[in-house]
Design a binder for this molecule. Sequence first.
Ligand SMILES: Nc1nc2c(c(=O)[nH]1)N[C@H]1C(S)=C(S)[C@@H](COP(=O)(O)OP(=O)(O)OC[C@H]3O[C@@H](n4cnc5c(=O)[nH]c(N)nc54)[C@H](O)[C@@H]3O)O[C@H]1N2
Ligand SMILES: Nc1nc2c(c(=O)[nH]1)N[C@H]1C(S)=C(S)[C@@H](COP(=O)(O)OP(=O)(O)OC[C@H]3O[C@@H](n4cnc5c(=O)[nH]c(N)nc54)[C@H](O)[C@@H]3O)O[C@H]1N2
Ligand code: SF4
Ligand SMILES: [Mo]
Length: 764
Amino acid sequence: MQNKKGIPIKTPKDLKVGKPADKAAGYMAVQKTLEYMHREPGLVKGMAGLLKMNQKGGFDCSSCAWPDPDDHRASNEYCENGAKAFASESTSKIIHADFFKKFSIQDLDAESDHWHELQGRLGEPMLKKEGENHYSPVSWEDAFSIIADNLKSLPSPDAAAFYTSGRASNEAAYTFQLLTRMFGTNNLPDCSNMCHESSGSALTNTIGIGIGTVTLDDFNSADVILVVGQNPGTNHPRMLSALQAAARNGAVVISINPLKEAGIKGFAHPQEIEGMLGVKTPIAADHFPVKPGGDLALFKGVIKKIYEIDAQEGKSSVDADFIKEFSNGYEAFHEAALSADMDSLVLESGIPEDKITRLAHVIRSSKGLITCWAMGLTQQDHGVATIREIVNLHLMLGMIGKSGAGLCPVRGHSNVQGDRTMGVWEKMPSWFHDNLDEVYAFTSPRKHGYDVVESIQAMLRGDVKSLVCLGGNFLSASPDTNQTRKAIEQCDLTVQISTKLNRSHAVTGKTALILPCLVRSEIDGREDFKSQFITTENSMGVVQSSEGHNKPATQHLLSETQIVCGIAQALLPEEQASVFKRYSRDYNEIRDDIEKVIPGFDDFNERVTEPGGFYLPNGPRDREFTTESGKAEFTQNSLPGKRLEEGQLMLQTLRTHDQYNTTVYGMEDRYRGLYFDREIIMMNAEDMGERNIEHGCKVDITSHFKGEKRELKNFTAVEYDMPSGACAAYFPEANVLVPLDKTAAESNTPTSKAVPVTVDLSMK
Ligand SMILES: Nc1nc2c(c(=O)[nH]1)N[C@H]1C(S)=C(S)[C@@H](COP(=O)(O)OP(=O)(O)OC[C@H]3O[C@@H](n4cnc5c(=O)[nH]c(N)nc54)[C@H](O)[C@@H]3O)O[C@H]1N2
Ligand SMILES: Nc1nc2c(c(=O)[nH]1)N[C@H]1C(S)=C(S)[C@@H](COP(=O)(O)OP(=O)(O)OC[C@H]3O[C@@H](n4cnc5c(=O)[nH]c(N)nc54)[C@H](O)[C@@H]3O)O[C@H]1N2
Ligand code: SF4
Ligand SMILES: [Mo]
């Protein structure tokens, strides 16, 4: 198959549906790794490069944020999807000026995300001038001064927004937020706003820190592990090794998810002989097919049942010592928990009472409980309340701050947690600003900035006119693609610091820049500049160094940090610019200043060169809770109530096994048995029957919010095992349906897992 420009693409439209896999990984994972290496960098370069991934002294996998083992590391410390990420970034295909001469931005926009991915690495800085439809080459110097001139001409610094995606290194993120604040705004939207913001909100207010409390080691001593609203087989594949080891040690792993995801059903370790032969370790001991958004009701049900069983058996499972010494608000929580109405909890969770009782028995007898979660919880209207209820469960049982127990929000991008630690947030606390002011002798702006949704709303109002993006794909990752497109096109300037082509290069402000950067596996150094390493922080708060060993894709590339420093030097007054000049010559200087501004980084440069890095302080691990009361807070969380009108289904938007967010590596969703089409909607058989929709039929999907309608036409309906009332389509194709203004309470996260829709047979 070829596209209209004669470029071969492999996007067969004919839908092939197979049987969902009953295990993850195994031999196919090895085969797929080899296929991707062959397609992109070539086998020799690819496999040699992989041996450096996640090794001490090597480079950190840029895909997900799952941690590496502290001590022993295998020589192949990666998974199929880590290998795909590496293959994608080390491809031998390069996009040069002739490519942009051939394709206008409209041509690029007409192509699929998969086609964008197949074109190769961005090779040199490119500029699209106002009124033109093509990009042409620009020097780095000119690019920096175009940005500086535009930003200086704005009516106020608050008319610019500075977006960060979670692959940026600590050094790049730190310099980026500093540049933004020295320029004079806190408009620092980031991908976290659309991701784990609900976890941050819930955890900060209850345990005093916005991140998880467990270490990888805790998985070895836990006896019950809940995996809630997460698909680790695809999105955090090596988490399955931790779950497999825990299961072999006798731990019970329980999945709570409307879908029975493959990795959780069984896992064949591709690097163990039995695994290669497909012998699987069953991981989930039990599966709870919760209704979409039914988790809050389920956890309330479990809590109520624990009290009931305690009363029946005359034996309390509550940790009274912990509650007394370390917590606040228990009595009110306890009273509210008892008064919850079990029938409504069963109805809202979709889980029968006897199953809730069974889950309560398992959790009640646990000596070490870990709860893991991801987007299935955070991207819900009541995501913050649900996570707070999980915190309640852990607090009442004293399951925090002891070996084998704790809270585990599993973070997305490889350095998304680090970027936040570095100050990429639109509302950093005042101590952070105080420290910045002291170290850099300036007055940082204190007014909170815009998050992602607020930035788009401000662009639509005309209040934000310039958007500078440190990585990511702002257009396709954001909700409501058509509104976001309009917002971006109204901007005067959009800047993308990127590695590979994506839709945000095709849908732009009047003037647009593509600034291509190095990837982590490449050497960041030149003849006049000693090669540098960078640092990252994983999902469990370990900070480590990462150094590339591969030759850069082209000689025109700069590192993210160099690019940020370049913009800062062109934009800021001399005294401030000189800081960035210093930083760009030696990243140790950046780390020395991070140490002064951010607690936990003492002797940063020294400690980070130790193999394996170091853990950041984490109060709750030692039962220190830095909330206002100084104690862990119990909360009361009410159920969301009715969320669907008659005839509506709840649509979730999720990832296939063959993509990294908006990067579509291939067209398969292997573990779900779905091949070769992304424009599909998975539905429950009964819901299809009621609508006279047969498997394979074309349907139109309409989302409903506050009387507004958003539509996607001609999607293919696929019968899939999930609770009635639920349906699923892929991110980013289905983002058109996600309303911009429908966000989670408190965190303002778009509710990408909770879109009320109607589905009808297509007319034509
Ligand atoms: N290979 C690969 N790895 C990745 C990514 C990628 O795209 N590709 N993305 C990275 C990023 S940024 C992130 S944030 C993570 C995302 O990791 P995940 O959160 O695992 O990603 P999703 O595909 O959004 O899957 C969400 C899961 O939640 C379930 N779910 C949906 N609604 C509900 C609900 O109401 N209740 C419950 N209990 N479950 C529900 C879905 O069925 C699905 O299994 O992965 C990271 N790692
Ligand atoms: N409907 C729906 N929408 C969602 C979600 C969902 O589940 N459903 N998930 C949300 C979540 S959890 C997230 S995190 C966001 C993701 O939002 P983003 O982080 O904005 O999106 P990505 O697809 O991860 O960004 C991919 C692009 O980043 C660039 N890139 C890759 N590596 C690097 C690098 O090392 N440096 C730099 N500078 N650039 C690089 C490449 O050009 C690539 O095209 O999407 C959110 N949107
Ligand atoms: S689990 Fe995540 S960090 Fe580890 S190799 Fe796989 S994709 Fe990379
Ligand atoms: Mo994410």
